[in-house]
Design a protein around this ligand. Sequence first.
Ligand SMILES: O=C(O)CCC(=O)C(=O)O
Length: 281
Amino acid sequence: MSLNNSELSRIYQNDGFVCPVPAIGKDLASQALEKIEAVEAAHGGKWPSEYALKPHLVYPFLDEIVKHPTILDAVEKILGPDIICWQCRFFIKNPGDGGFVSWHQDISYWGVDISENILTAWLAFTPATKVNGVMKVIPGTHKLKLLPHREGAGSALTVRGQEVDVDVDESQAVYMELQSGEMSLHHVKLFHGSDPNESDQRRVGLAIRYMPTRAKPLDGLPKDSVTLVRGVDNFNYFHHEFPPKRDMDPASVEQHKRITDTYKIINDMAASRLHETISSQ
Ligand SMILES: O=C(O)CCC(=O)C(=O)O
């Protein structure tokens, strides 16, 4: 689907998501998948858990992907010209592993102003289909407030096993099917989740979180870090990250550890303040 600026932004504002959107293309996606699988092979067949968050800080091929011009051109239509990549993380489901993601809104524990227009580009390295556990969304729910979430009730694939604490009408679900090299874009408050992989093929995707540089962290949290991917940052609410020179170079590994350790503290503090954040809307 090739959409002009106003269509893409209109659909996103109306529905809270756009899908499918051309991104890095099939060839680059399959080259990247080979690299992902080489890292997995070197770590006992699984993406290493210590690099689950922000792997673009230690692997140059992922740094290139989060800065890919086709991705950023689409993101810019929604967020404007000054864009930061706040985080990225893999969501990988192997056949029969039972992995699923319960219905949730993303922003609950991110430690950032919840009224801001923030989105995820979910980039497919394999086809993502209804059978292999593609992401599903409830259109229009991005217009709701942030709602209470239960922790630990949901999937092991999310950071806190969070699940939105309301009944979700599954009959309204839309499945965001993708070819490899395509992406979906979804708003940070949109209800979304995914079912287990019932196929014999892997489903491999990278969720890249983009924000406008004006997105303000909640008061009183340690200063978080971001990668400036387009435009200028006139706000400096976040520390700026440097890109890796080569796979796992020591300075990048040190930076990654410092930043993800700080983020764990931010995530815990944001979780403990969730009620306060919800009632402030
Ligand atoms: O990959 C999935 O199934 C879910 C992804 C997700 O929850 C997210 O991007 O926030």
